[in-house]
Design a protein around this ligand. Structure first.
Ligand code: ATP
Ligand code: MG
Length: 506
């Protein structure tokens, strides 16, 4: 039955697309059934977002055909696609931070009032329709709130609401869950099930393997710009899927962490945020060669804590000791001077200089160590070092001088990981280090973490992925509502115990 053409709401046939130096899509075909969830899988840079941008009229394909509900479709812009019933949640947040939630949702199709020859925006309707939409989707977001003031996950929820509001017959979701918590993701899945029950087809892109098996009906796998094929999700399992994606038989998830734990490197004593509802009285130690995981639910204030240690947030009391000496850290510059590096959670928002090259984006935090004679930057050495770290992580880029904005989402993140590795920090803090990164590259990042630890570096890893938290950490410290509720080690460090400590005050 799957080969009955009338059964497809969308067919993309023999699509080609190239960029300077890259054949991003090479004869790619995709068949999507109505009322089903179709997962699109592949490593970073495989071509998933490019294929969807061709569908959505953002890129014009070099060749091939797009057939929507049996009719040849030619979209010249996202507006054409939306009018034809295709909506998309982008991998990058694409809202207007200064505007309200309701303005963002109705942007470009605002309801109008007409009084004779005069038209003006119907704010009342915009507000009511947004409120109704939020209610239907069970989202607790005020239509009048300023978009930029919302948390990343709420902004993501607004993007989801916006995509749903078009009442499209195909909704493309390019990594919609990458900044959502587990509960929020379950909520998203309820929305997806509601959509498919109404006959909508959902094309779902995610690097979170377990999600695919929860939600997908069909799974298509891309590798290096080519489509390998489509399988019913019921015929695949995680190992088979990983093997298809990476094209090799390496399904080992974590390297062995066999570093030697040495002397105390970082001591945090009674650290309390200057903000009232943030972390309070947090103490912990970190030793040489150690990987300390920090677990907890959203709202546990893990990011706030590590940002404070890195000098990005104010504290009201408590102290930080580095190598036994009191360290005054009021800015990231102070932190870097004390040998601390932070790979932030919100890499897309704060980390990237889109117009600068891969080399520049990698080197920007370590330029200070490449100055000779006061002014002269050692360009050759900078490029060589930047290249070395990106090669270690297998960043896929046409060249080291390509603008970072032209890299796929996951590859941009690898560049930012390289940036902090290049500062050669003694203490590396990683906030959700593998978010949005494909399975193969995850393993590479874990391997680098293990190697850093073996070389005597100390690592703090904030992670919401239970497997990596337990798989990579010597000890797991858990926060709940800004309080340190416990630290687990050895056989104690189990999923149940982490969850118990993470929900202690709920
Ligand atoms: N605007 C662009 N200019 C130049 N190259 C591009 C552009 N957009 C994408 N590419 C290249 O096309 C290839 C496919 O990228 P794409 O973004 O489709 O990957 P992806 O499968 O979505 O990866 P990820 O999982 O990392 O998001 C990559 O090699 C990327 O560098
Ligand atoms: Mg992508």
């Amino acid at each position: 039955m799957a080969d009955d053409r009338a059964e497809y709401v969308l067919e993309m046939l023999g699509i080609y697309k190239s960029f300077p130096g890259v054949q991003a899509l090479d004869d790619v075909s995709l068949h999507v059934r109505p009322g089903k969830v179709h997962a699109l899988m592949g490593e970073n840079g495989a071509g998933k977002s490019t294929l969807m941008k061709c569908l959505f009229g953002i890129y014009r394909e070099d060749g091939g055909e797009i057939i929507l509900k049996g009719r040849l479709a030619k979209f010249h812009s996202a507006k054409d696609a939306l009018e034809a019933g295709v909506s998309m949640i982008h991998q990058e947040l694409s809202n207007v931070p200064e505007r309200s939630v309701r303005e963002n949702i109705w942007l470009g199709r605002e309801p109008l009032h007409r009084f004779g020859p005069i038209t003006f925006l119907n704010h009342g309707k915009m507000h009511r329709d947004t409120a109704a939409l939020m209610k239907r989707l069970e989202m607790n977001i005020d239509p009048a709130d300023r978009m930029g003031g919302l948390s990343i996950s709420k902004q993501q929820a607004c993007e989801i609401a916006k995509a749903v509001s078009y009442e499209a017959s195909i909704v493309v979701m390019d990594e919609p869950s990458s900044s959502l918590t587990e509960t929020e993701t379950e909520h998203l899945f309820r929305i997806i099930r509601d959509l498919t029950a109404r006959g909508v087809a959902v094309i779902y892109i995610s690097h979170k393997m377990s999600e695919i098996f929860q939600i997908a009906d069909d799974v298509s796998v891309m590798r290096d710009g080519k489509m390998l094929g489509t399988w019913p999700a019921s015929e695949l399992d995680e190992d088979k899927l990983i093997k298809l994606m990476v094209g090799r038989d390496n399904t080992q998830r974590f390297p062995t962490v066999d570093s030697e734990i040495g002397e105390l490197r970082l001591e945090v004593r009674g650290l309390t945020s200057a903000e009232s509802r943030s972390f309070k009285d947090v103490s912990f130690d970190l030793r040489r060669g150690e990987i300390l995981g920090i677990g907890g639910l959203v709202g546990a204030q893990r990011t706030e804590l590590v940002e404070a240690i890195f000098g990005l947030r104010k504290t009201s009391c408590g102290e930080i000791l580095v190598n036994g000496k009191r360290a005054v850290i009021r800015s990231p510059r102070d932190a870097i001077r004390h040998g601390i590096g932070l790979i932030t959670e919100d890499r897309r928002g704060s980390g990237i200089f889109p117009l600068l090259s891969v080399t520049e984006n990698t080197a920007v935090a370590s330029l200070g160590s490449y100055i000779r004679g006061g002014l002269l930057l050692e360009h050759r050495r900078i490029e060589a070092e930047a290249r070395r770290f990106n090669e270690q992580l297998r960043t896929k880029t046409p060249s080291m001088w390509t603008q970072i904005q032209n890299l796929s989402g996951g590859n941009q993140q690898k560049v930012l990981v390289s940036r902090w590795l290049m500062t050669l920090p003694e203490i590396l803090i990683m906030d959700e280090p593998t978010r949005g990164i494909d399975v193969g590259a995850k393993f590479e990042i874990y391997t680098i973490m293990a190697e850093l630890a073996r070389n005597g570096k100390s690592i703090i890893m904030v992670s919401s992925e239970m497997h990596e938290l337990l798989g990579m950490s010597h000890r797991v410290m858990v926060l709940c509502a800004g309080r340190h509720t416990g630290t687990l080690e050895g056989p104690e460090a189990s999923q149940e115990n982490v969850m118990r400590l993470a929900t202690q005050f709920e």
